[in-house]
Write a protein that binds this ligand. Structure first.
Ligand code: MG
Length: 387
């Protein structure tokens, strides 16, 4: 039996796929979905994820998650759930490995700063940028720009989209206007992302000494598993205690997600992918109880980790670096390396000179890793650093 035949009727299959924007010959010895996964892994933007961060800046320590390890963790979680629900595991992997490709250096702080800089030129949003990376910015193939990924992979990458932008995106933006659901694999990627970062931010936050264990015990999800671990192993080292607690939290969330989604699928009985798209709500979800615990933990991390004064200090530095780089490169595009100016004429014909220039600068900055952005800042503003 082929792998396709093992999939549930509501999974994305090759037969149900809307295919690629440019038609290509079928791959040998792998599916179209595997081909997408492979294209993502071989992209330049994927390699850069190793030196980009979410909360901590890359040079702060070797044990913190980077966007690369985050993406691998998300892919692992999504694949486990996809397999148990008989969804398309290869598609889940392709979406999750690609979901953060459009992120700026310095995580959320970088995105906020670049969005502010781009205010008069259409803004900057990492989800749209991830799509722009795979649709336009990767330059690898003789016949097309981007990676020419399947519709379903692109749809999964674009998890949010402001209504004002959806129209210009064609069929991949249409569901935001019609209120349809994306595939189950895309719904799953979204939740796997949330499970991964909530849990690894607890882990990294404790390791960095920014989160307080006693305060974390106010969180029902953490407290329940922490209590069970401490009771079973009263003499355990703190390192193993935290690790085991987080392992159990992830496990509990995945089991809840699988069982809740399975029950919803059994009740809704979608007969195919079209039925999934037309269903009024997403069918992949946590139970109400788990959702409440998950949101509480997210709010806790927001208050205690992302707004911690040490994270805030680094964030303000990051914002200063991004906005000063943007201002300098906008004021004098001659400072840009030629490769970052290559498409200016084409884009100017489409959007006008100023917007094309701003978009080119935003693409250049968004593509930087944390350390590249710091080095570029030094090259532009430090009199003794070689240009
Ligand atoms: Mg993510």
């Amino acid at each position: 039996m082929s792998r396709e035949a093992e999939l549930a009727p509501y999974a994305v299959t090759q037969a149900q796929s809307r295919g690629r924007q440019r038609v290509e010959t079928a791959p040998h010895y792998r599916s179209e979905f595997q081909r997408d996964r492979d294209r993502v892994i071989h992209s330049k933007a994927f390699r850069r994820l190793e030196y980009k961060t979410q909360v901590f800046v890359n040079h702060e320590g070797d044990l913190f998650r980077t966007r690369l390890t985050h993406s691998l963790e998300v892919a692992q979680l999504a694949r486990s759930v996809a397999r148990s629900l008989r969804l398309n595991e290869d598609l889940s992997e392709a979406i999750t490995l690609a979901h953060d490709l459009g992120h700026t250096p310095f995580g959320h702080a970088g995105q906020t700063a670049l969005n502010t800089c781009m205010h008069d030129y259409g803004g900057f949003e990492h989800n749209l940028q991830s799509l722009r990376v795979v649709d336009t910015l990767e330059e690898k193939y003789p016949d097309f720009d981007g990676l020419n990924l399947l519709f379903e992979t692109r749809e999964g990458i674009l998890k949010h989209c402001p209504l004002s932008k959806a129209g210009a995106l064609g069929e991949v933006g249409a569901r935001f206007l019609t209120g349809q659901q994306p595939s189950l694999e895309a719904q799953l990627a979204n939740l796997a992302d949330e499970i991964a970062y909530n849990n690894h931010d607890v882990d990294d936050g404790l390791r960095a000494g920014l989160l307080d264990l006693a305060a974390l015990r106010s969180q029902p999800l953490f407290a329940e598993h922490d209590r069970a671990v401490c009771q079973r192993w009263p003499q355990l080292s703190l390192k193993r205690q935290i690790s085991e607690t987080i392992r159990r939290m992830i496990n509990a969330q995945l089991i809840d997600l699988i069982e809740t989604s399975r029950a919803r699928l059994a009740a809704a009985q979608p007969t195919d992918l079209a039925a999934v798209r037309h269903h009024p709500q997403p069918l992949i979800s946590f139970s109400d109880g788990m959702l409440a615990q998950h949101r509480a933990l997210k709010a806790f991390l927001h208050e205690h980790l992302y707004q911690h004064y040490r994270v805030h200090r680094m964030s303000t530095k990051a914002q200063r670096i991004i906005s000063q780089l943007f201002a300098a490169l906008m004021a004098d595009p001659g400072l840009l390396p030629p490769s970052a100016r290559e498409h200016q004429a084409t884009w100017a014909a489409q959007w006008g000179t100023d917007t094309a220039q701003a978009r080119g600068v935003a693409d250049y900055i968004a593509g930087m890793t944390d350390r590249y952005a710091i080095a570029e800042y030094e090259r532009l503003f430090n009199a003794t650093t070689l240009p």
